[in-house]
Design a protein around this ligand. Sequence first.
Ligand code: PEP
Ligand code: MN
Length: 338
Amino acid sequence: MIVEMKKGATQEQVDHVVERAHSLGFEVQLNIGTDKTVVAILGSHTGKVSTDVFTVLTGVENVARIMKPYKLASREFNPKPTKVKAGGVEIGGKKVVIMAGPCAVESEGQLIETARTVQKLGAAVVRGGAFKPRTSPFSFQGLEDEGVRLLARVKSEFGIPVISEVVDIQHIELLAKHVDILQVGTRNMQNFALLKELAKLRQPVLLKRGLAATVTEWLTAADYLMAEGNKKVILCERGIRTYEDSVRFSMDISSIAVIKRFSHLPVLVDPSHAAGYYEYVPSLARAAIAAGADGLLIEVHPKPEEALVDGAQSLSFKNFEKLMAELKPLAEAMGRAI
Ligand code: PEP
Ligand code: MN
């Protein structure tokens, strides 16, 4: 941590910073410039101490951390890329993993038909929300337990792993029993109580980026999931809120490069929620693969015009087929495969 003193700070004020640092068990290094004094606070436990303990002291101008607040998700902690195995599918390896299916599980027919089709077209994982986090309490909330049962059927009948969102601690047990990957939605990225419970699992968890979260906050949230030894964490960029209103969210394509630089965790992109409209999905999907994403999470519906949730951004089977045909050569050009 670096404590920058105000111009003209007194010797007494500098001494006070040094004493406070020593009282917390830190070493200090003083850099006395012509204008300002800078105090470097050194020690392996700086991450556990808030910058506020120095910010409040008189004569202090600014306090900055040198180390990132996240640890377990960082590349420094684990220099080699992590590969997560989910029901026989490897995420973060050579293959670009396509996860596809409806936003919400709506009926047996809808899920089974979609699962069969996306699998045939090259998807490696089937998605489907059984518990839906809806902005309005009056909107369809998902088929809940019945939805989980249908996902379990897809898994056993089609031999394909399934992913579904967990919105509440009380549903963890049921989901962990029947689905291969538990998804934490954008609205829950910083639901720390939920993350702490999920940390007890040894099953893959996909952590979506909060719609107003920085990459640093996202990776720090990933640390919560890994704090008890679960290494199977997958990140998913799904767009953030900006002033742009022609799309549902702004897909932050640069986050893929940033994650690859600072983290060892695999990162997927969800072009559907970023776009909000099916015609934009292929363009964002192609961009994601070109940027180095390890996979995609795409919403597909047999009849998007009749979907109970997110119909406007869902691809029809025909559009999904067309997209998959475009993505295959693109993945190859990137030295990967689908
Ligand atoms: C979803 O995947 O259906 C979903 C609700 O996504 P997000 O949390 O990104 O909005
Ligand atoms: Mn959705």
